[in-house]
Design a protein around this ligand. Structure first.
Ligand SMILES: NC(=O)C1=CN([C@@H]2O[C@H](COP(=O)(O)OP(=O)(O)OC[C@H]3O[C@@H](n4cnc5c(N)ncnc54)[C@H](O)[C@@H]3O)[C@@H](O)[C@H]2O)C=CC1
Ligand SMILES: O=C(O)CCC(=O)C(=O)O
Length: 387
C-alpha cells in the first residue's frame, strides 16, 4: 500500500482518480508522496520516505525543487490546468478597471433606504462613467498557459495586444492569435500601455521585473493587474505610481501587508485559480502524475526531473535511478549490471538541467547488494526498486 500525505485543501472530485493500492495518511512521516497546493514548504523537514511531491497548480516557488532533486524527490506541477480560471478572472477585472462597477454598486447599496434612489441614480451615474477596452493597448508579460489565453481574449475584445516572453514555448506560440504582437523588450512593451498584466513564474529574473521605470512608461491612468506572484511587481514602485495617479487602478491576487493598504488597489485572496473546474482538473492531473510515478516510475510534468516514459514494467523488475546530469553515470550503471550478469530488457535515460533519470527493466530481480552498489555510485541521488 502506498501512502499519500495531503497538504492543503484538495477537492474530493480530484482525488477520485487515486486507484487501488493507495491510502491517504495524516502523517507525513513514512508517507510515499505529498499532494499539495500553495503552502510554502521551504524549511519543512522532508522525511526520507517521500519519493515525489505533486503540486496541484502551476507555480512551484513554494517548493524547494532544486534541493529536493538532489534528495531524489521528483516534484510535479499541473501546467495549464487552471489557466482558463485565471484568464476569466483577469478579463472580468479588466472590465472592473475600465468601468467603476464597484463604485457604482457601492453607491446603490448606500442608497438602499432612499425612496428616491431610482431617480437619484440617474442623476449620479455620470460619476461612474468609464471607458471601453476596445482599441486600448494592453501589454501581457509572459505568454504561457495563462498569458496566451489572456492575450487571445483581449484580441477578441478588440484590444491592441502586445506580448513579451523571451522564453515562449513552441506550443504556446502556436496557440497565440496572430494579432498578438510580440515585443522583445520589456520597456518597449510597457511604453504607452493602457493596461498591463503579468503572467510569469516567480524566479530570479522575474522578481521586481515591473518597477518604477516600467510603470512610468505606461500611459498615465493605466490599469495594472498582478495575478502571477506578489513580488513580480515592485510594491514600493506600485504604491508611488498609484499615489501619483500614473496607475489608476491596481488589481492583485496577493493580500500582502502593503497591498492591503495601497490606494486604489483591489485585492483578491489568491483566488485566480479558484473555480471548481480548475481545482478539479489540477487535482486530477497531479494525482495522475503522482500515481504513474509511484507505480511505474514514469515522469510527466516534473519541474526538477526530465520527462520520461516507459509504460508499465514488462520484465521481472523495474529500477529507476535519479542522479546528477554528469558524465559516465550510464557507464557505471551498466558496468554494475554487466558484472551481475543482469539482462536488461528495456532502458531509457533522459536529462534536463542538473538532473538525469535512468530507468530499466530486467529479466530477473536484482540481488540487494547490486542495488546497494548502484546506490553507492557518486552523484546517484536515489535508486528505486519499483517492481
Ligand atoms: N493567481 C493564481 O491563482 C495563479 C497564478 N499563477 C501564476 O502565474 C504563473 C504563470 O502561470 P502559467 O501561465 O500557467 O505558467 P506557464 O509556465 O505556462 O507560463 C509562464 C510563461 O512565462 C514566461 N517567462 C518566464 N520567464 C520570463 C521572463 N523573465 N519574462 C517574460 N516571460 C517569462 C515563460 O516563457 C512562460 O511562457 C505561475 O508560475 C504562477 O506563479 C498561475 C496559476 C494560478
Ligand atoms: O493552488 C492555488 O490555489 C493557487 C494556484 C496558483 O497560484 C498556481 O497554480 O500557481
Amino acid at each position: 500500500m502506498r501512502t499519500i500525505k495531503i497538504i492543503d485543501d484538495i477537492v474530493k472530485d480530484g482525488l477520485t482518480t487515486i486507484g487501488e493500492g493507495y491510502e491517504i495518511t495524516s502523517d507525513v512521516e513514512g508517507a510515499d508522496a505529498i499532494l499539495m497546493r500553495s503552502t510554502d514548504i521551504h524549511g519543512m523537514d522532508m522525511p526520507a520516505s517521500i519519493r515525489c511531491i505533486a503540486r496541484a497548480g502551476a507555480g512551484v516557488n513554494n517548493i524547494p525543487h532544486a534541493e529536493l532533486a538532489e534528495r531524489g524527490i521528483v516534484v510535479f506541477n499541473t501546467p495549464g490546468a487552471n489557466s482558463n480560471a485565471v484568464k476569466e478572472l483577469v478579463i472580468g477585472l479588466l472590465m472592473m478597471g475600465s468601468r467603476d462597477v464597484l463604485g457604482g454598486m457601492q453607491w446603490c447599496r448606500a442608497h438602499e433606504d432612499d425612496p428616491n434612489a431610482y431617480a437619484e441614480a440617474e442623476a449620479h451615474k455620470k460619476a461612474f462613467v468609464g471607458r471601453e477596452v476596445k482599441g486600448r493597448k494592453i501589454g501581457v508579460v509572459g505568454l504561457g498557459a495563462v498569458g496566451s489565453k489572456v492575450a487571445n481574449a483581449c484580441v477578441d475584445l478588440g484590444m491592441k495586444v502586445y506580448g513579451y516572453d523571451p522564453y515562449l514555448s513552441v506550443d504556446h506560440a502556436w496557440q497565440l492569435y496572430r494579432d498578438v504582437t510580440p515585443i522583445n523588450d520589456l520597456d518597449e512593451l510597457c511604453r504607452e500601455c493602457d493596461y498591463l498584466t503579468v503572467h510569469v513564474p516567480r524566479k530570479e529574473d522575474t522578481v521586481g521585473m515591473i518597477g518604477a521605470e516600467q510603470l512610468a512608461l505606461l500611459n498615465p491612468g493605466a490599469v495594472v493587474l498582478n495575478y502571477a506572484r506578489e513580488d513580480i511587481i515592485d510594491e514600493d514602485a506600485m504604491e508611488a505610481a498609484l499615489a501619483s495617479g500614473q496607475v489608476k487602478q491596481f488589481f492583485t491576487d496577493f493580500a500582502t501587508p502593503k497591498s492591503l493598504h495601497m490606494p486604489r488597489t483591489l485585492v483578491t485572496p489568491h483566488s485566480g485559480a479558484g473555480t471548481v473546474e480548475a481545482e478539479a482538473s489540477c487535482a486530477r492531473m497531479a494525482v495522475d502524475e503522482m500515481c504513474d510515478y509511484l507505480a511505474n516510475g514514469n515522469i510527466t510534468n516534473s519541474v526538477n526531473f526530465p520527462e520520461c516514459h516507459m509504460g508499465t514494467c514488462r520484465g521481472a523488475s523495474r529500477i529507476a535511478c535519479l542522479h546528477a546530469n554528469v558524465p559516465n553515470m550510464i557507464g557505471q550503471i551498466t558496468a554494475i549490471l554487466a558484472d551481475a550478469s543482469a539482462n536488461v530488457q528495456r532502458m531509457t535515460n533522459e536529462n534536463s538541467g542538473r538532473a538525469a533519470y535512468t530507468m530499466f527493466d530486467t529479466d530477473e530481480h536484482l540481488e540487494p547488494q547490486i542495488i546497494e552498489r548502484l546506490r553507492s555510485i557518486p552523484n546517484m541521488w536515489r535508486v528505486r526498486v519499483i517492481q
